[in-house]
Design a protein around this ligand. Structure first.
Ligand SMILES: C[S@@+](CC[C@H](N)C(=O)[O-])C[C@H]1O[C@@H](n2cnc3c(N)ncnc32)[C@H](O)[C@@H]1O
Ligand code: SF4
Length: 395
């Protein structure tokens, strides 16, 4: 039983890009010609209608258009979607509404129209300001275009925007990684995401890794030095890869990391909803392929799957998210969000504290600097349910 369900967010997936990047494993597809965006908005609203009964009259706290490349979608269609959504759902006052934008798709006038449609935060996929790195990553934009896109957005009136950077790139050294951070800071974003390039299975980079990828030690040096420079400039790290000026953390992502609820609409989107009456948690996902999604949205086949999240799995999922946060979590929020008692995770917490990965008071748990370096090892402790007295302890 859960006294009140957690805050609710809305995620909207837009599955097309100009070109597929060789490192990317997101559900994104190279567009052949103009994607059928008008039909896609109809499908999104039908999809939303089908999910609505799960959330009754709950208020949406944040909206996030992710991709793929949502900035390929014409602003009038973003407007039509947002109007349709706000006729169906209550949006909280000051609701954060983010749109992911590829600098290669920025056109003059487009940002004004996004702002007028109700987008109040942008997230630019910059990746690097080094043209050689951008080329090796297969990006469609260069560094000048990236800077121009950010300036256009600012001139249009966007004062809240994120820049995505990646580091440990093929051919990159420490000075280059620091230089990227410097150029990002110079553009005055409120938020910077700083991701280590990972070779995801089923990508071109995994099949044929490019030469010159920095080793783990250099990757770690880059992370530490960039983190220190970002802190100097006022961007506090609050999650493994997320840095923000005071009060400018991404409310949408924070809701995921605090194991909040979200509706996920669009091709391949996932949602998670907690039901207050019995505390059960449901995960729902949608068909991944855009053509299949378009053909089925709003019908029973438009639901890719529904899965009840069992209690042991909920504890693990909570940790998977909360341990990414520098602030950690309170044990009462663990109880509220999972419907489980804190005793359930006591053995793993004790083990993680013993290993110097977590520190705790009676009520609060947070990762130590060592634990932050080995986030995956800490999280994997919670894969095994030790509360049944099982002697198995992960190595
Ligand atoms: C879904 S993408 C959306 C942004 C937009 N499509 C673009 O790329 O311009 C979100 C971010 O994830 C990061 N990302 C994608 N693949 C990655 C990988 N293999 N390793 C690390 N970061 C990755 C990139 O920084 C990217 O901007
Ligand atoms: S533009 Fe973004 S979402 Fe699209 S393929 Fe590249 S990294 Fe992935």
């Amino acid at each position: 039983m859960i006294a009140s369900p957690p805050p609710l967010s809305l995620y909207v997936h837009v599955p097309w890009c100009v070109r597929k990047c060789p490192y990317c494993d997101f559900n994104s597809h190279a567009a052949r010609g103009e994607p059928p965006f008008a039909a896609y908005v109809d499908a999104l609203l039908a999809d939303l209608d089908q999910d609505l009964p799960m959330v009754g009259g709950r208020t949406v706290q944040t909206v996030f258009f992710g991709g793929g490349t949502p900035s390929l979608m014409p602003p009038d269609l973003i407007d039509r979607f947002l109007q349709g959504a706000s006729a169906r759902l209550r949006f909280a006052p000051g609701c954060e509404v983010t749109l992911e934008a590829n600098p290669g798709t920025a056109e003059h006038g487009r940002f004004d129209a996004y702002l007028a449609a109700g987008i109040n935060r942008l997230s630019f996929g910059i990746q690097s300001f080094d043209d050689g790195c951008l080329q090796r990553l297969g990006r469609i934009h260069g560094s000048r275009e990236a800077e121009a896109a950010v300036r256009l957005a600012r001139e249009a009136g966007f004062d809240n925007f994120n820049l995505d950077l990646m580091y440990a790139l093929p051919g990159q050294d420490l000075a280059m990684a620091l230089h990227d951070v410097e150029r990002a800071i110079a553009l005055g974003p409120t938020h910077i995401s700083h991701y280590q390039l990972t070779l995801e299975p089923n990508t071109l980079f995994a099949a044929r890794p490019p030469a010159g990828i920095p080793d783990d030690d250099l990757g770690w040096d880059m992370q530490e030095r960039c983190q220190a420079r970002l802190a100097d400039a006022g961007y506090g790290q609050y999650e493994v890869s997320a840095y923000a000026l005071a009060g400018r953390q991404c409310a949408h992502n924070l809701n995921y990391w605090r194991y909040g609820d979200y509706l996920g609409i669009g091709a391949g989107a996932h949602g998670k909803v907690t039901f207050g009456h019995d505390g059960s948690v449901l995960r729902r996902w949608k068909p991944r392929h855009p053509a299949q999604y378009l053909a089925t949205a709003g019908t029973p086949d438009g639901i890719g799957g529904d899965e009840q999240i069992e209690p042991g799995q909920r504890a693990f999922e909570f940790m998977l998210n909360a341990l990414r946060l520098v602030e950690g979590f309170s044990l009462s929020s663990f109880e509220q969000r999972t419907g489980l008692e804190r005793a359930r995770i006591a053995p793993q917490l004790a083990l993680a504290c013993e290993r110097g990965w977590l520190e705790r008071t009676d009520e609060h748990v947070r990762p130590t600097p060592l634990g932050r370096r080995f986030t995956n090892d800490v999280i994997s402790l919670f894969l095994t349910d030790l509360s049944d007295g099982s002697p198995k302890v992960p190595a």
